[in-house]
Design a protein around this ligand. Structure first.
Ligand code: FAD
Length: 233
């Protein structure tokens, strides 16, 4: 089936952290039905050969009226994210989708270990929303690494979730740069996976973060395909 490209209206713009912004957009032609973890492709009128295609994952579950919640960080000198940063309520965007296979398997037969670097948390947040909307009690550990304490995304929401959901554990970490983020994450994960039944690792972020961590799991005895990844660049 041909992909449907449609316009969407920006309904609201809010800052979640000093460098992370949320846009709620409403597709005008057709409501999108998506699985938590999937993304839409935005066609942005910038760059030398517009449109510039940029992918953004849904941060929240679909609503009856069809709004999509997109959350992104401002990449220094990033063409796409800088364009999105100047949008206001009432502006329009072109998008298509949903796309993607970074979704939870059904049924969940083992503990899930989500590992996110910064806005890599976006699709995972959507999956968590879905799990707890269905009162799922599967064991989940989330490791979220941010470049600074005030950049920990959804921090209060995740702390509350860890208090109210006995099966959910949340480990926020702060590290500047991918290398430090990888090192710190490995230090935390090593004792958790050593000599225990295999968990389901689901990793999301830029390649410099995700790839060494996938290699780390493979080194620890996981098959490559057991490690689910979504890379942003
Ligand atoms: C499947 C998928 C889902 C995505 N979902 C999201 C999302 O929900 N939220 C979000 O913020 N981004 C998401 N991205 C990344 C997004 O599509 C853009 O790549 C990002 O906004 C940077 O685009 P840009 O044009 O501003 O930067 P570009 O000009 O393309 O510069 C990219 C450069 O910045 C570096 N970089 C630093 N931070 C990031 C980052 N967060 N993402 C990508 N590159 C980065 C890259 O390593 C690369 O060198 C997703 C990407 C994919 C492939």
């Amino acid at each position: 089936m041909a992909e449907l490209m449609q316009s969407a209206t920006v309904l609201s713009v809010i800052d979640l952290t000093p460098r992370v912004r949320q846009l709620v957009v409403l597709p005008k032609a057709q409501k999108l039905s998506f699985q938590p973890g999937q993304w839409v492709s935005l066609k942005l009128p910038v760059g030398t050969k517009p449109p510039l295609n940029r992918a953004y994952s849904m941060a929240a579950l679909s609503t009856t009226s069809g709004e999509l919640t997109l959350v992104f960080d401002r990449v220094p000198e990033g063409l796409g994210s800088s364009y999105l940063y100047q949008l206001k309520a009432g502006d329009e965007l072109l998008l298509s989708g949903p796309y993607g296979n970074f979704v939870l398997p059904q049924p969940l037969d083992r503990e899930v270990l989500f590992i996110a670097r910064y806005t890599g948390l976006v699709p995972i947040r959507c999956m968590l929303k879905a799990l707890y909307a269905h009162r799922d009690t599967s064991p989940i550990l989330l490791i979220a690494v941010a470049p600074a304490e005030h950049e920990l995304l959804y921090h209060n929401e995740l702390l509350s979730l860890a208090v109210t959901q006995a099966s959910f554990r949340y480990l926020p970490l702060v590290a500047t740069g991918d290398e430090a983020a990888v090192r710190l994450t490995m230090t935390m994960v090593q004792p958790l996976i050593e000599g225990t039944p295999h968990v389901l690792p689901m990793l999301c972020g830029t390649k410099d973060f995700v790839r060494p961590l996938r290699a780390f799991f493979v080194e620890a005895g996981y098959e490559r395909k057991e490690v689910q990844v979504e890379t942003y660049d």
